[in-house]
Design a protein around this ligand. Sequence first.
Ligand SMILES: [Fe+2]
Length: 137
Amino acid sequence: MAQEFFEWKPEYSLNIIEIDNQHKKIIELLNQLYEAFMKKDHHEKLGSIIDELEKYAVYHFGTEENYFNKFGYTGKVEHVNEHARFKEKVRSFKDDFNKNKGALTFTVINFLKDWLNKHILIDDKKYQNLFSEMGLT
Ligand SMILES: [Fe+2]
């Protein structure tokens, strides 16, 4: 199989199936976006992937944030701010795209990849121990 734009690596794993699966799904959507972009697919197709990516990211952040509340995670505020920053970015990319289809660029797609890569490896890793101690596997 050809190399994916964003490859899942074992180091992304938090050893929590629900969260890992959600991260994999977001990565998959980002790969779909990249492929559609490279193939110069129809704007409707690109638009629908962007919508799905946005919706799924919001759903995923909600999952994490519910656990932050449930487990009294001390890093919650900082982490939730990061989620808000990402949601804001995606929303503005979407608005730009809806106004001007040329606004979706490789730079935008790369930003999403970089953000996600760092977020999982740095920010999500910080709650990993707490979530494990609370019994998530
Ligand atoms: Fe997160």
